[in-house]
Write a protein that binds this ligand. Structure first.
Ligand SMILES: [Zn+2]
Length: 158
């Protein structure tokens, strides 16, 4: 099942999914079965891109900057090349920051999320290509992918 089919299927069953940064939030939480968690892990990047257009265009803009060689270092990824770096604007896309640089190297939240997803994506791709990376990956502590959160229930909803 594709990511969009999965979202359609969940919507039909009254399950709401939201992207919060690089995580997925689901309501009601009772809908989150182990099988659904597996699907979310499998399609996480695509689901976040479908749910968050601000992350999606940045992901597409930065993707070609990932070197084709799986062993080459990843450069600083930018959503809009030639964006001047200032304290008040994102160093990657140039959008005004909600407050002066605090998150990541002066990047806005959607840029940070897009970079995180791309680096994850690149790591997965390099392990698929190289047995040496696969051994390295196995020996490393895997960064946990948080289970989908339940959105805070607010008084009066449902
Ligand atoms: Zn940005």
């Amino acid at each position: 099942m594709s990511a969009s089919a999965l979202l359609g299927n969940l919507a039909e069953r009254g399950v709401r999914v939201r992207a919060i940064g690089s995580q997925l939030a689901v309501r009601p939480s009772a809908a989150v079965t182990p099988a659904l968690s597996r699907r979310f892990r499998q399609h996480r990047v695509e689901l976040i891109r479908l749910l968050d257009p601000e992350v999606s265009w940045r992901f597409d803009a930065m993707r070609p900057q990932i070197p084709t060689s799986p062993t080459a270092p990843i450069p600083m990824l930018v959503a809009r090349p030639s964006t001047p770096s200032t304290d008040t604007h994102c160093a990657s896309c140039g959008d005004r920051l909600p407050e002066p640089a605090v998150i990541g190297a002066g990047c806005c939240r959607p840029c940070v999320t897009a970079k995180r997803l791309l680096i994850e994506h690149a790591a997965r791709r390099s392990t698929a290509r190289s047995p040496r990376h696969e051994r390295m990956r196995r020996s490393l502590t895997v960064v946990p992918i948080e289970p989908p959160n339940e959105l805070q229930r607010t008084a009066g909803s449902n």
